[in-house]
Unconditional design. Sequence first.
Length: 563
Amino acid sequence: MNRRSFNEAVVASLDLPPGDRDGLLLLARTEGASFPKGLIARGLLTAETLRRSYVALCGLPQFQPDASEVRPIAPDILPLPFLRSKLIVPVTLENGTLVLAMADPLDTDARESVAKATGRRIAVQAGTEEEIREAIEKGYGESGSSMERLIEQVGEEGDEAASGDERVERLIGAASEAPIIRLVNFMISRAIERGASDIHIEPFEKVLKVRYRIDGILVEAEAPPRRLQTAIISRIKIMARINIAESRLPQDGRVKLRIGGEEIDFRVSTIPTLYGESVVIRILDQSAVPLNLSTLGFSSGILGRFRQMVNAPHGMVLVTGPTGSGKTTTLYGALQEIRSAERKVITIEDPVEYQVPGVNQIQVKPQIGLTFSAGLRSIVRQDPDVILIGEIRDRETAEIAIHSALTGHMVLSTLHTNDAAGAVTRLLEMGVEEYLLPSSLSGVLAQRLVRTICEQCSAPRELSKAFRDEILREAGFVPEGDLRMGTGCAACGETGYKGRMGIFELLCLDEPVKDLILGRADSGAIRAAAVAGGMQLLRDDGWDKVRRGLTTVEEVLRVTRSN
């Protein structure tokens, strides 16, 4: 079976509405090898389900890690970086046939490369990415993959006192040593394998801590000793083209690396602390970004109304929520829906995190005068149909955005407010005239991200009377039947959660809401009128997902306490 047929067959097996399936079929025909990974990232497919699809559709045997030899081929013939990047592990060699376990059995280029390097006939088994990585480390890991082995290779590193050029030379020398390079690469690769969005490297008095943000929660990871702090941070700064000699001021940089056969962007931020520079590396893996709104967790009612808003010929749609609530992802999803050859789309962002084909994207650069407001004034002279503003931060930007919406443009942007009604009062506080909003603002979407229950360890949950009473007090309903929770397994790192989805509330500007805006009513009155008109609050959308077994009560309470 070829890749396109396989992708289409996988889509056909998904339990989705016909419209969503048609959209995925278009992606299946164009994305190729990255399509199944994208389905997993969007929560539409699990790694185990993908492996079963390869077995059933391609007629392949299943990889059995416990029953396999692993390492029948010397590492100098099939180097460890190649195995890791292609997610291939040699299993057995019998009668001239080399059996490979592959996370992507349809990767014919990788199979042919192995056949050419080994001079053997190739047979293939289907495995999950996690199984393949574990098998690689088991069979080939002694070549220097674990944190302990890498640290042993570094030897003793100190922070000897030095100044000027001598200090810079020492920093560059320490950061350029092969063991330090491998150690930093190992930390980054491990973060990507665990699905992290950020890497935090934090110096304290006696220890250097490394933490990964996974599904919005920070978890501690294996960390190198404190003595390697300067060399590790210097290596990261060299990669991101940051001034290695400057440690007193915050700095920012970017780097692009090829990991696992894919190019991934990283945004690096350093800031001086009491015990040295703290570094945060944001992982911008575009393959993990949902490409359409139907995969973000919208209920059908909210999704239909939101689609009507963003597909309108003009108006302004705002997405609100705190930092890390998925606002930018929702805006990119909206762009995927409305971009076409007939419409010119321009964005102005700070920063441009993901590149969208067919969209003109502008990076804000305040140091040279390219601010949101300055950029917007030029954008409107470029004859755009759709304008995306990364964030409305001041009165000038807000007024230009509103006037653009009034003059026939579709404007998409974000605001930092706790709920949808708060966006209206925030604009009024910025100095926007109230009479402009009813005719320019189409709607406001507020959102949060909740962790979803791991499918592989999801189980019915026993509820005590005290917990039922707490749910009744917080949610206003008594659970009917069994709620669910993740018991913890290897797939979810024993957390019980795997992946995230959105919970939403959508404020539509009907006549009662418009009248309140003209009267400069507070957000509470606007919210009450919207609820009376049928708006579902953030927490209520969360309770619906609890009832459906998608997330837990604790997750909904965690992200909506402030509301």
